[in-house]
Design a protein around this ligand. Structure first.
Ligand SMILES: [Zn+2]
Length: 270
């Protein structure tokens, strides 16, 4: 499942390659699941529109579209990659692989294709899309602290709650809790402001490091240029159950919180 840094990397890659291009025509496959908006609405919003910008919002990729004929109605194409979705910019003669659900023909002569074997990805159009929650890379400390006030849920669950912060997934929640020295099961409301300040800094740090490396996906998936895989951020706790803590050598523990694996060092995290 691509997490925030991977989606950021993909959005930046797409922005570089397709900004300014015009969508000439749209083909959508017959499978219903990937289409969150009706096929006709997607085609109407995309066809003959110019791609003004591509950016990430939470774990969504947002294409801002402009169409002189439809002014002033803004349009956005929203792509959520789900578990296995990918967006590929390719030449028209490139073989159309199985599980291709959308093909956009661009004025530059290239195609933008959406491929998703497991079909958890979603395509939609919107006039003014707004994902739930606050952007973790932009939130200031006061708002961050306020998110957890009075919350009896484990801090790990609160970090994954997309209504609070948008786009934080399992890997970066575990890694930021380790860096902040906070156990994943701690009740959010019991964490001091100083500790939340450490977590606020750690979360931004770990996301920014991963973005700098180009994401750290553990699953197989493809960036905008069709390159498979990304650099892997050195995980300090995630996926390291039983291995020695990089700081104190205590074996890393794994517990399940709200159905998700959580990894932590029982000595460094309190
Ligand atoms: Zn440790």
């Amino acid at each position: 499942m691509p997490e925030l840094p991977e989606v950021e990397t993909i959005a930046r890659g797409l922005a570089k390659r397709v900004t300014g291009d015009v969508i000439e025509s749209v083909w959508l496959g017959k499978k219903k699941e990937p289409l969150k908006s009706p096929a006709a609405a997607i085609a109407a919003a995309l066809e003959k529109s110019r791609i003004v910008n591509v950016r990430r919002m939470g774990k969504h990729i947002v294409f801002d579209l402009e169409n002189a004929a439809r002014r002033p109605t803004p349009a956005q194409w929203i792509v959520h990659l789900g578990m296995t979705g990918s967006l590929r910019v390719c030449e028209p003669q490139t073989e159309i692989v199985k599980h291709t659900h959308a093909i956009l023909t661009l004025a530059s002569g290239r195609e933008l294709r959406f491929v998703d074997p497991r079909r958890f990805g979603r395509l939609s159009v919107s006039a003014e899309f707004d994902a739930t929650g606050i952007e973790p890379l932009e939130i200031d400390l006061d708002r961050f602290v306020a998110l957890f006030r009075g919350r009896k849920t484990p801090i790990k669950s609160a970090l994954l709650n997309q209504n609070l912060l948008r786009g934080v997934g399992n890997i970066y929640a575990d890694e930021s809790l380790f860096r902040a020295g906070i156990r994943p099961r701690r009740r959010a409301a019991s964490i001091t402001r100083d500790q939340l300040a450490s977590l606020h800094a750690a979360l931004k740090e770990v996301l920014q490091e991963a973005i700098a490396l180009g994401g750290s996906s553990v699953s197989d998936y493809v960036d905008a240029e069709g390159n498979e895989g990304f650099f892997q951020l050195q995980h300090r706790v995630y996926g390291r159950e039983g291995e020695p803590c990089l700081v104190c050598k205590t074996p890393i523990k794994r517990v399940v919180i709200a159905g998700r694996s959580s990894h932590y060092c029982p000595k460094c995290q309190r």
